[in-house]
Design a protein around this ligand. Structure first.
Ligand SMILES: Cc1ncc(COP(=O)(O)O)c(C=O)c1O
Length: 473
């Protein structure tokens, strides 16, 4: 049989194999992808198929915000753990009871950093969210989700057989009305939104949840490590750690690895550890990966400059793009999106950027609405001034080619600029009265609703000063 496969080869030297014919319901299910999307909408080319970066090109599409993926302390810790214990037991989280449980050590450390009683390690941020909602909500529990909250939270609702209810993005009043109608339930929001860098008005959401007796889940996947004192996240930055029931973290962003964590009370952590379906039925991360997470916690503590530099890079690039006319108002930190419109406009933008050596990430349905596709730039602390200037230069060059002036996002910006009085009278999240929260090393800005902005002062000047003053360059 093996011999037969080896002899039957196609022209491109692949073994000749036949797949089974799909039944009708599968053909129906995938036809929307092949016919409406791939052929009609994308004209045969999947939007994710862009160019490959060449040496010297600028990549602003990684979530390794603090440039820790190759940090010597992380790599050496992982190698040492691999040498000592290989991959570990290769079983679900519920079965791991080492003499010295590295997972438990890590859970206690991250709980301490995030000022919570306890934490549970999961195999990804996605399963942390799914498992959390699945195990705490039941059929009939109202689960209120910010309409832009991460899709995994919605998957958790489906898994629980509960009722998903969407409220308007970053709008505590919309949540207030919804909770008044349903009574107490679970509420889930992201602290920092991954598509455009928008930040939740955390204090206002906490207040609404407390008033209605609801339990709040805050997904800190993009804020952990990059925001808050010691990288503890935005809930800690806003002084709300004791008022939020659950926080989740995907370890795939500033921690530059894979894995997830839920952070909560001791009582809820034990229940989740032994009862959530992913804890029981999915294999835990490997021991050397946990050693890597622990090394990242060391670095978050000792190398504060990485956050300072990340925030300076953000302020500099945002100010530069804003000056060029792009609407980057939503971006409060490290993630900046250029919202081009539909997929055709956005692939035009992507191609223009990539042909000039700037590589971001293209976002389109189901990650965005049809008419609000975007190119996302995720910044990191390793970008130098020359690279940021190059991105700004390229974005200046392409404005006409990509039709920036006609984008709906650009028109929204122009309209807002023409109505400064209205804007001042109704500040949105991040625009209102400022307060200060000093973590001993940075001044954190609190916006009117208690969400934390990350950088004080006139953005570009301050950012340029920080960029010029950095030990790592
Ligand atoms: C806000 C948010 N939550 C959860 C996840 C899932 O995390 P992970 O990739 O670690 O599974 C992601 C993203 O990728 C995310 O952006």
């Amino acid at each position: 049989m093996l011999l037969r496969v080896a002899n039957d080869r196609t022209a491109d030297n692949k073994p000749e194999v036949n797949a089974p014919a799909d039944p009708h319901f599968i053909r129906e299910r995938i036809s929307d992808y092949y016919v409406r999307r791939k052929i009609e909408l994308w004209q045969g080319r999947h939007p994710l198929q862009g160019l490959s970066p060449r040496p010297g090109d600028i990549k602003v599409r990684s979530n390794d915000y603090l440039c820790l993926a190759g940090h010597p302390h992380v790599i050496e810790s992982e190698i040492a753990a691999l040498r000592e214990g290989g991959h570990g037991d290769s079983v679900s989280r519920v079965w791991i009871h080492h003499e010295r449980d590295v997972i438990r050590d890590f859970e206690q450390r991250i709980a301490g950093l995030m000022r919570a009683e306890d934490a549970v390690l999961c195999s990804s941020g996605y399963t942390a969210n799914v498992g959390l909602v699945q195990s705490f909500a039941a059929k009939g529990t109202p689960v209120h989700l910010d309409m832009k909250a991460h899709i995994s939270l919605r998957e958790g609702v489906v898994s629980a057989g509960a009722a998903p209810i969407l409220f308007r993005h970053n709008d505590p009043r919309s949540l207030d009305r919804a909770l008044a109608a349903t009574g107490p339930g679970l509420v889930a929001i992201d602290a920092l939104y991954s598509t455009d860098g928008d930040i939740a008005p955390l204090a206002a959401f906490v207040e609404v949840c407390e008033r209605h007796g609801a339990a709040l889940i805050v997904d800190e996947t993009h804020s952990f490590g990059a925001q808050g004192p010691g990288g503890a996240g935005l809930v800690v930055a806003a002084g709300l750690a004791e008022r939020v029931h659950f926080r989740t973290v995907g370890l795939s962003k500033a921690v530059a690895s894979r894995g997830g964590v839920i952070v909560c009370s001791r009582r809820n952590a034990e229940y989740f550890r032994y009862e959530s379906l992913p804890s029981i039925f999915s294999t835990s991360v490997m021991q050397h990966e946990v050693a890597g997470f622990a090394a990242v916690l060391d670095i978050l503590h000792s190398e504060d400059w990485r956050r300072t530099r990340l925030h300076a890079n953000h302020a500099y690039l945002k100010a530069g793009l804003d000056d060029l006319g792009y609407n980057v108002e939503a971006s409060k930190t490290q993630i900046i999106a250029l919202e081009a419109g539909d997929i055709r406009q956005t692939t035009t933008l992507r191609d223009a950027l990539e042909s000039r050596g700037v590589f971001g990430a293209i976002f389109f349905p189901p990650a965005t609405p049809e008419k609000r596709c975007l190119m996302r730039f995720t910044l990191n602390c390793g970008l130098g001034r020359a690279e940021l200037d190059r991105i700004i230069e390229v974005c200046a060059d392409i404005r006409e080619e990509v039709g920036m002036a006609e984008w709906r996002s650009t028109r929204r910006k122009s309209t807002a600029a023409k109505a400064p009085a209205a804007k001042a009278a109704a500040p949105g999240p991040g625009l209102g009265r400022r307060g200060l929260l000093d973590d001993g090393r940075h001044n954190w800005q609190l916006n009117r609703e208690g969400g934390a902005d990350v950088y004080l002062g006139p953005a570009r000047d301050r950012a340029a000063a920080a960029l010029n003053n950095h030990p790592a360059e």
